[in-house]
Design a binder for this molecule. Structure first.
Ligand code: G3H
Ligand code: ZN
Length: 283
């Protein structure tokens, strides 16, 4: 069933686990996520990035997400990931997204508060949840790149002010992760997560979570993370399985045969993540 992001994340916050938010671009990815969620009896968030919307179109993404959610035996939220523009956020709400992110992290604090407040006012009026971002998460997610030298950790006192002023439902924090493939091992500032959580109380979101070692993910959840974003790990699983299939079956020209192993490979990765995040059995 289709639910709001707030519904899922408030439950996770209360019970100390995290909900996986996986990026979707086509039907096979959506199916892999839903099948994994049903097998593990896990709540889940389907999210579309700027690149995902550009690739598939907001109407296709929204319909895919809604059909999947309505058929699913587990609660599913449909979320806009890294929304940067007010018009696009409104369009997503109109098409049935139940959660949106306004990423104003590139702006100074005051502007970030202003744009986030504006989104919260409209979204809450129609029952849609809002995630915002404070601090700058490094790396590349589709068209958005933040240079390592420009990445800045979230300041706990600013986070408190930001949450009080905006009334946002969840907050993405910059605590040492980065989007994309890691060069070395990410160093997560768990103490910072704990401090921010103590001050704001609302669900915290970890971006750039692909490639983060299992132990670090567990510690981040214990420290107060309730939503974990995964994109790159699915891309890797998809591409690896597809390449292997084509290597072993060079004459196969059936897209269904080619895509099926990719869908299965993603599903395995997602099942593992759901166990790790503690969302299994929470649906
Ligand atoms: O917003 C999406 C995520 O933060 C995904 O990051 O591609 O490093 O898993 P990732
Ligand atoms: Zn992200």
């Amino acid at each position: 069933m289709l639910v709001t992001g707030k519904e899922l994340l408030d439950h996770a916050n209360k019970h100390g686990y995290a909900v996986g938010a996986f990026n979707v671009n086509n039907m096979e990815i959506v199916q892999a996520i839903i099948e994994a969620a049903e097998e593990t009896n896990s709540p889940v968030i389907l999210q579309a990035s700027q690149g995902g919307i550009k690739y598939a179109g907001v109407e296709y993404i929204a319909q895919l997400g809604k059909v999947a959610a309505e058929k699913a035996k587990v609660p599913v939220a449909l979320h806009l990931d890294h929304g940067t523009d007010f018009q696009q956020i409104m369009l997503c709400i109109r098409h049935g997204f139940t959660s949106v992110m306004i990423d104003g992290s590139k702006y100074p604090l005051k502007e970030n508060i202003d744009i986030t407040k504006k989104v919260v006012e409209v979204a809450h009026a129609v029952g849609v949840s809002v995630e915002a971002e404070l601090g700058k998460i490094g790396g590349t997610e589709d068209d958005i790149t933040v240079d390592e030298r420009e990445a800045t950790f979230t300041d706990p006192d600013e986070a408190k002010l930001f949450v009080d002023e905006t009334g946002v439902d969840s907050l993405a924090v910059a605590v040492g992760t980065a989007h994309g493939v890691y060069k070395g091992e990410p160093k997560i500032d768990f103490e910072r997560i704990r401090t921010i959580k103590k001050l704001v109380g609302i669900p915290l979101v970890l971006h750039g979570s692909s490639g983060v070692p299992a132990e670090a993910i567990k510690k981040a959840v214990e420290a107060g993370i309730n939503k974990i974003n995964i994109d790159t790990d699915l891309r890797i699983a998809f591409t690896k399985a597809m390449k292997e299939f084509l290597r072993d079956n060079p004459d196969n020209i059936d897209p269904r045969k080619i895509l099926n192993p990719a869908r299965e490979a993603m599903k395995e990765v997602i099942i593992e993540k759901m166990h790790l995040f503690g969302s299994s059995g929470r649906a």
